[in-house]
Write a protein that binds this ligand. Sequence first.
Ligand SMILES: Nc1ncnc2c1ncn2[C@@H]1O[C@H](COP(=O)(O)OP(=O)(O)OP(=O)(O)O)[C@@H](O)[C@H]1O
Length: 327
Amino acid sequence: MIQVQNLCKSYNNSKVLTDINLQVHQGEIFGIVGQSGAGKSTLLRCINGLETFDKGKMIVNDTDISLLSENELRLFRRKIGMIFQNFALLNRKTVLENVMLPMECWKYPQRTMKKKAEELLDMVGLAGKMKSLPNELSGGQKQRVAIARALTLEPDILLCDEATSALDPAITKSILELLADVNRELGITIVIVTHDMSVVKTVCDRMAIITGNKIAVQGSVASIFLDEPPALIELVGRREIIAPPGRSIIKLAISDSDINQFLYSFALDLKIDFSIAAANIEQFHNNSYGHLYLSIANENIERTAAYCASQRMDCVIFEPGVRSGVE
Ligand SMILES: Nc1ncnc2c1ncn2[C@@H]1O[C@H](COP(=O)(O)OP(=O)(O)OP(=O)(O)O)[C@@H](O)[C@H]1O
């Protein structure tokens, strides 16, 4: 659906994106994260043709967008909605008029525009606010209007540039639920640029991390958080647990549903002294995964590692001293 191949982009001879290769599958919610200035928004603007690039290919819905004429690009953009951190609503127009704007640009008949805008405002839970002005709405309500407006031309793809960054956690949650509904019910592919890892964990199927102008890693959100590659640790930081003298820490990637059974069998089969040094289980969509850190006497480490391998459990051993994990 979206294929980025060897894409390079500079501003004034300064490289912003280098050799970007990325695939977003049809119908998924894809997160792009990276430090401030990494080039996330630039990549998003390249996807909808708002930004040109120096080298490489951007293929969206089987169309190589660098080959499109101005007019073809305009038609192409129709099928891509976008929402922003600052909502980008017109304050002198009512909520209903704001939502009708894209259809006005495409000269839809008045009755069609009004009906469609009303339906969408109903869908985003703002049926009672059609005549309000944007500055009479809360931040979350403004973003709902922006989402309704982005859906008016029935896009295949919705691009979200830090869409929840200005909202508090409870409102962010409700906007993410709305985006998940839009994805599920309308089948719209969603690409979310964010610096907020909880956004990615809550709604994204897959993700990419941009570091040093490049994609450092891409894959399923759960697998990236379980693998904890350096690019992720660089972004979210690390915490440290010191294994006490004579003991080591063993780190296991595990799903929430397996923890109790694993610990039960572990204690019964190995009959060794161990304690839980830390556990970090998180919700990814509807599944809970995370890491379990067991503190084990050094003389039992080899047996423990062999036992974990026999149970097909991935484990990493941290000898006495410092072990790291993501926050
Ligand atoms: N139109 C422009 N002209 C010149 N430089 C630009 C332009 N747009 C972005 N840049 C530069 O490109 C780099 C990447 O910017 P971009 O907005 O894509 O980063 P970002 O990862 O989205 O950052 P943030 O998380 O802070 O929004 C930055 O150094 C920025 O200053």
